[in-house]
Design a protein around this ligand. Structure first.
Ligand SMILES: O=C[C@H](O)COP(=O)(O)O
Length: 215
């Protein structure tokens, strides 16, 4: 199972969370990556943890003030890009161009989507993986793998029907090892989570509990 922890814009210590994630990953053998704010990419990558960027802009080098350039994210140590998150939705043409930008720097890519129909559309764009996240469950602590298991099963089937090489992650409300095990049972290859770690009093303990079923 792949665990991608999105720190969003939460007021956590990104280096402390990344250090804990790296150590838990090393000690358990479970793949854990951290997606911090773009300004924190270098500091997070320096901990040794697998580092992802939360978004890349659909642009090349040029006059694009305020953009997140894929090359800059790669220079800062990112190796993957999360795209089309529910909190940062892209127009279809921009999503396609952001995937092109990520491919320029050989990033691994995950495209987020709300439901199985959108998962099929996202898989058709050729990312490495897709992540199904019902927006209404994000940040609630109610795990999608229990609250709406059919959406995970249907997303796995929808992605496989388009391109069997595209992995499916699930996200929204995931925080415990039980949630992760349920996601795995439903066919997910990984989980995408945020508040369960970024807002935890003890992020290391939260990560240890999360990966325990697959460690
Ligand atoms: O990127 C992460 C997802 O939006 C899930 O967030 P959450 O774990 O706080 O529900």
């Amino acid at each position: 199972m792949f665990v991608l922890v999105n720190l969003k814009a939460y007021p956590c210590d990104p280096v402390a969370v990344a250090t804990a994630a790296h150590e838990v990953s090393e000690s358990t053998g479970v793949r854990i990556a951290i997606a911090p704010q773009a300004a924190h990419l270098s500091a997070v990558a320096d901990t040794g943890v697998e580092t992802w960027v939360q978004h890349v802009s659909p642009v090349e080098h040029g006059s694009h003030t305020g953009s997140t350039l894929a090359e800059a994210a790669a220079d800062a140590g990112a190796v993957g890009a999360l795209l089309n998150h529910s909190e940062n939705r892209l127009k279809l043409a921009d999503l396609d161009a952001s995937l092109d930008a990520a491919e320029r720097v050989d990033f691994e890519t995950i495209v987020c989507a709300n439901d199985p129909d959108q998962i099929a559309a996202a898989a058709a764009l050729g990312p490495d993986a897709v992540a199904v996240e019902p927006p209404e469950l994000i940040g609630t602590g109610t795990p999608v793998s229990k609250a709406d298991p059919d959406i995970v099963r249907d997303a796995v089937d929808a992605a496989a029907a388009v391109d069997a090489s595209v992995d499916v992650l699930c996200g929204a409300g995931i925080s415990t090892g039980e949630d992760l095990a349920s996601a795995q049972d439903l066919g997910a290859e990984g989980v995408l989570l945020a508040s369960g770690v970024a807002k935890a009093d003890d992020p290391r303990a939260a990560l240890e509990d999360l990966v325990d079923p697959v460690a």
